[in-house]
Structures are given as C-alpha cells and as structure tokens.
Design a protein around this ligand. Structure first.
Ligand code: BDR
Ligand code: CA
Length: 316
C-alpha cells in the first residue's frame, strides 16, 4: 500500500480530508504535518490530534510545521478564514480533546525521512500553504525525485481566485514557497479551484451523517453545517460547500477522477498578481512537464465515493 502524508491547516475541509484518508484502504496515512492558514499552526495541530482520536486512530503521529510563510515573520489569521471555518477551525464545535501530544520531531524532517524511506511509494498531499514542503526540498533537494507524487489542493488556472481575483487561499499564503514547489523536480498534480468548486456538499448529505447517530457522524455533521452556512452567507452562489481538500486526497488515490493537462506552472510573487498560478512561459515547451493541472472532475462519482467512505468510517 502507498504511504500518505497530509500537510494541512486543519480547518473544516481539511478535517474531511483526514476522514477520507482514514477511510481509504488503498493507502496508509503515516503522519500529518501541521501548517498555518485557516488558523494558527499549533491550533491546527490540536484539531488534527482531536480528529484522529474522534475517528479512532489516535496513534497516527502529528508533527509541528512552520508557523508562517517564508517571507513574513508573523501570521495573522484572516478574518475570512474565521468566517468560513470558525474561530477554532472546526466550526466552533467542541470535540473531545485527544490525550496525545504532537510528535517531538520536526514536520519537515518527517517529510524528508519518509521520502528517503518510502521513495516512490510516498504520496504527499498538502492542503494548506506549501511552506513545509518548500523547506523540505530546500534542505534535502534529493527528495524531489524520490517522492512518488505530490497532489496539492491549491491554485486556479481557468477561473478566478477565491481570496483575490487571481489568487487561491493556500497559494496566496506563501506564493514564494508555492513557486519553489512548482519549479522543483517534484511530480505534482494541482487540484485547484477549477475542480474543487465543482464538488459541493449540502445539508442533505450532512443530515445522512447525523442519522447514522455515532459520535463522529454527529460531530462531522455539525462541523460541516457551519461550513455550508458560511458558504451561504458569503453569497457565493454555490449550492453547498466546496470539498476542496478531500478532493485532493481522492485524486491522490484515484487519479481517474479528474482530467488533467500537463503544464509547468509558476506562481507570481509580486503585486498586483501575487499568488496567481499560471503556466511558466519559460518552461512551456520543456519535455520535463512535471505538473498535471486538473481541469475537469467526475463530480457525481467523487461525491458517491466520498459519501460511501465517510459514512462507513463514521459507522465503525
Ligand atoms: C483552501 O483554503 C482553505 O481555506 C481550505 O481549507 C482549502 O484548503 C481553499 O482555497
Ligand atoms: Ca486547507
């Protein structure tokens, strides 16, 4: 079985990404690395620990990652993140505290050591800013060609961004790190807004979870209802909330869920286009296209697999 590392800023869709990974028998979730974004890194790490315990896997290690981007020395949670994910990142719902602590090692070393150990069997799925991964490849460039693949949630190619007309939130948090990741030799699939905004969950589905009447199903129904209501109040004109982060996990496991284009990407790091993901004109004709950009998704099939997996997990 392939080994998966999740690198996330544990907000609500990140929580669903953890659940999807745990519910997937094709992979072993070997660890989680904490990022900042939807909330402070340390608070996201606590959410990951609590969610793993809620979902019956308290012993999966959770590592601390970077607390801010490569170029800024502090991190201010965006007001918009708090509106979408709640002050605590999980819809202001209280779930039982895990009795586990974060692992004492560094998240960046964990990525590097896992790459050396599992090589092409390793899949890294970042669903927050790309700071941890950028630092890992800076520290150990040899892992770029060792890691099997990176499937990241971030960016937008064919549609506007969600935090600025050109930038998606995860890329916008650390455009320099994202650019370094895209310019590296890593094999990347970009699962951006082009596809994630086509996979929506509604209260019909969360009501199905609530009816399963387990501790985890009720907690997830409450947490995700907050997210659905936030989407409604932001007047996004979307019928439900976007399954950004779980879609990245699903594509990492089953790439046939999306149609991709091979395009070497770059990220603009300067105003007014900071955070824009765009084809790198200098490498467009390079034979070494290492990035596939998802531009279409089998929405119905993904939603059906998503619901089957999470419902089975919540019923355990
Ligand atoms: C991304 O930003 C975060 O708020 C979500 O968790 C997701 O990873 C969507 O742009
Ligand atoms: Ca996220």
């Amino acid at each position: 079985r392939k080994k998966m590392i999740l690198d996330l800023d544990t907000g609500i869709d990140d929580a669903m990404a953890i659940a999807y990974a745990l519910a997937s028998e094709e992979i072993d979730l070997i660890g989680i690395v904490g990022s900042y974004g939807n909330l402070q890194m340390s608070d996201g790490v606590q959410n990951s620990l609590d969610l793993l315990t809620l979902l019956g896997q308290p012993n999966i290690p959770v590592y601390l990652g970077e607390e801010h981007s490569l170029t800024t020395h502090s991190f201010d949670t965006l007001k918009i993140s708090q509106e979408i994910h709640g002050m605590n990142g999980i819809g202001d719902i209280t779930i039982p505290k895990s009795d586990q602590s974060p692992h004492s090692g560094s998240g960046i070393d964990f990525i590097i050591d896992s790459a050396k150990k599992f090589q092409s069997d390793l899949i890294v799925v970042p669903t927050g800013p790309l700071t941890n991964l950028a630092l890992a490849i800076k520290q150990a460039p040899e892992i770029e060609t060792l890691i099997g693949k990176v499937v990241l949630m971030g960016g937008a190619l064919t549609i506007p961004g969600n935090v600025s007309p050109v930038a998606e939130a995860n890329i916008n948090q650390d455009p320099e790190a994202a650019n370094e990741v895209f310019q590296s030799k890593l094999t990347i699939t970009m699962v951006g807004l082009d596809v994630t905004l086509k996979t929506l969950l509604t209260k019909k589905e969360t009501q199905e979870w609530r009816q399963l009447n387990s501790t985890s199903s009720r907690a997830f129904a409450d947490i995700v209802d907050f997210y659905i209501e936030a989407y409604a109040s932001l007047k996004t004109n979307l019928d439900g909330c976007a399954l950004h982060d779980p879609l990245a996990v699903a594509v990492a496991i089953d790439p046939s869920l999306v149609t991709t284009l091979p395009i070497n990407m770059k990220v603009d790091t300067k105003s007014p286009f900071s955070g824009r993901t765009i084809g790198d004109e200098r490498r467009l004709n390079s034979n070494e296209a290492t990035t596939e950009v998802a531009i279409a998704v089998e929405t119905e099939r993904f939603l059906s697999v998503f619901m089957t997996r999470l419902s089975t997990l919540f019923s355990k």
